[in-house]
Design a protein around this ligand. Sequence first.
Ligand code: GZL
Length: 346
Amino acid sequence: MKKFFVVLPALAAALMVISGCQRESGGASAGGDVSRGMDRRIVMGYSQIGAESEWRTACTNSVKAAAEEWNIELIFSDAQQKQENQMQAIRSFIRQKVDIIGFTPVVETGWDAILQEIKDAGIPVICVDRQVTLAAGKNQEDYITAFIGSNMQAEATKAAQWIVNYMKTTGNTKKKDDGSTDINVAILEGTTGSGAQVGRTEGWNAEIAKYPNYKTIFRQTGNFTRAEGQQVMEAWMKSPQANDIDVLLAQNDDMAIGAIDAINAAGKKPGTDIIIVSIDAVKGAFDAMLRKELNATIECNPLLGPQVMDTAVKILNNQPVTWWVESEESQFDWTNAEAAYPSRQY
Ligand code: GZL
């Protein structure tokens, strides 16, 4: 019998390694016996997408720091952008009978079965940052106890409104040599099928449709990474329409920063020859705005950790929670970036 008990912990540890999960905070003795707001120390399993951008890293750091602050034991998994890794990690959380699961779905669809498994296991779920889309007739509120994140459509609407206003006020709507007043737009989209890509595409398309002279001449995913944003922009700068691009919308700052390198390498001036707006408002974007290479960025708040832990405690104490509390977000350009930069937290 003794040997059997010795084997079990080793097996559990092996399963955690295989599923890419690691315990972020030590055992109960490391942080005292209870979590903030609880009568015991709770365990959260958290499945994070990966580390594809400055934004994601800031989000991960915020979740880990808040778990420490709330004295919540965090089993954290980095899925390296793969949905199957997220599934594996979540099943590991279920096997370990965690108190609550937090996860950021890399894409919107394909979660119906695993959300049913979590529901059958009686474990509450907080969806963080990106939303899911379930099969027709299914209501995500029946499977997900709370969503914490931004309004992606609203962010892209702000980006479109900023561009239209900027192009008008700086006279960039003057006639071209061919007599047209078309404004040609290139769009770097985020990870295809992700809530951020779907929402930001919807928001931009709906707003820019009000201005028929805006024409989308390029649209491709850069998967939210600098490297892919640079690669796609390099290809566009080598194409016959390279000189037709008036505006670049990047659905996150990392792709914009990669694109800026490609535009410079092609001998053009980012921020002047091509007006660039992106989304997130990470430090790299402020650096680019101060270099006058990025024109504007729309904030998307990654500092969600405290809200995640506070909501987890409320759920486990059977207190009412608002299903979605939208993040308060601002926007920055050459008129306010320098003043705002010193107080930026990510
Ligand atoms: C948005 C988030 C996006 C960021 C990117 O809430 O999901 O994913 O905009 C990140 O930087 O990769």
